[in-house]
Design a binder for this molecule. Structure first.
Ligand SMILES: [Zn+2]
Ligand SMILES: [Zn+2]
Length: 275
């Protein structure tokens, strides 16, 4: 067992998986980040990246997995029905979900889309042991292996969360979907980002293509450079790449972002970051 985190994005794209012939160096799956410490696995969002992530545990474990949902937009849940541990009786999967006020809990969330005519099976026919855990909109809970999870709400249509994982003096903060802060650098968000060894931030747009999408719940990379400066962030990965971006587009954005602020980079699917 180690106190070190290993953070690997298994899906970096927002909205939908891009149909990129020949693949992409930045990734082709939607939002999913795997965080390992020792033999423990936490999965932040269940976009399509959770599907290939499930192949290895289905062979070798770990057999207890925490899946944490920042929110339930389809690019963040569309892989969940196909996560093999849910179909394997050796596994125990804890699903952490914080519905906004009046929104369904994790069980109701799954019942809403794990059913015909969307899928030929329902929640009750899953073979894996599925446990529903309440996630606070703002607060802390303990995940498996002594990892602490802190949440706070961020500005996104229907609500979404920043998820900060801490263990052994190391911290990773992930904000997969959010637009501007609330007109200023929100105190709760700042606190969730401060001092983190690694941060991933939604940067779907460029300053050039943001205009028509204002209010859609995402921001452009130059705004993230400002937030990184205001919050004193070091290693800061830009995440939730628009599905229409080619690798040439993303390479240009990466160069502009790192020139604007050292430490800014574009998150790539499958690259492990050790903290
Ligand atoms: Zn999204
Ligand atoms: Zn969203």
């Amino acid at each position: 067992m180690t106190d070190r985190f290993e953070v690997t994005a298994r899906g970096t794209r927002g909205t939908l998986p891009p149909p990129v012939p020949g693949g992409s160096a930045f990734g082709v799956c939607t939002a999913c980040v795997a965080v390992r410490n020792g033999d423990r696995l936490a999965v932040l969002d269940a976009g399509t990246g959770i599907v290939p992530l499930g192949y290895a545990p289905a062979r070798d474990g770990p057999f207890e997995v925490d899946v944490v949902q920042s929110h339930a937009h389809c690019d963040h849940v569309m892989g969940l029905p196909f996560f093999l541990p849910l179909h394997d009786l050796r596994f125990r999967v804890r699903l952490w979900y914080a519905g906004a006020e009046g929104a369904p809990d994790g069980a109701a969330l799954l019942d809403a889309f794990l059913r015909p005519p969307f899928l030929p099976f329902g929640r009750r026919s899953l073979k894996g042991r599925l446990v529903f855990a309440a996630l606070p909109q703002a607060g802390t809970v303990d995940l498996a292996g002594g990892t602490r999870l802190l949440t706070a709400p961020v500005n996104h249509p229907g609500g979404a969360l920043v998820m900060r994982l801490e263990r052994g003096g190391r911290a990773f903060a992930h904000v997969p979907d959010f637009e501007a802060d609330f007109g200023h650098l929100d105190a709760a968000l700042t606190a969730a980002l401060r001092g983190a060894d690694l941060v991933f931030l939604d940067a779907t747009y460029t300053p050039e293509d943001y205009g028509p999408h204002k209010g859609w719940g995402h921001a452009h990379w130059a705004r993230r450079a400002e937030i990184a400066a205001a919050a004193g962030l070091g290693r800061c990965g830009l995440f939730h790449h628009a599905p229409w971006r080619s690798d040439a587009d993303l390479t240009r954005i990466a160069a502009a972002a790192s020139a604007a602020r050292p430490g800014l980079f574009l998150v790539r699917e499958g690259v492990a970051h050790r903290l």
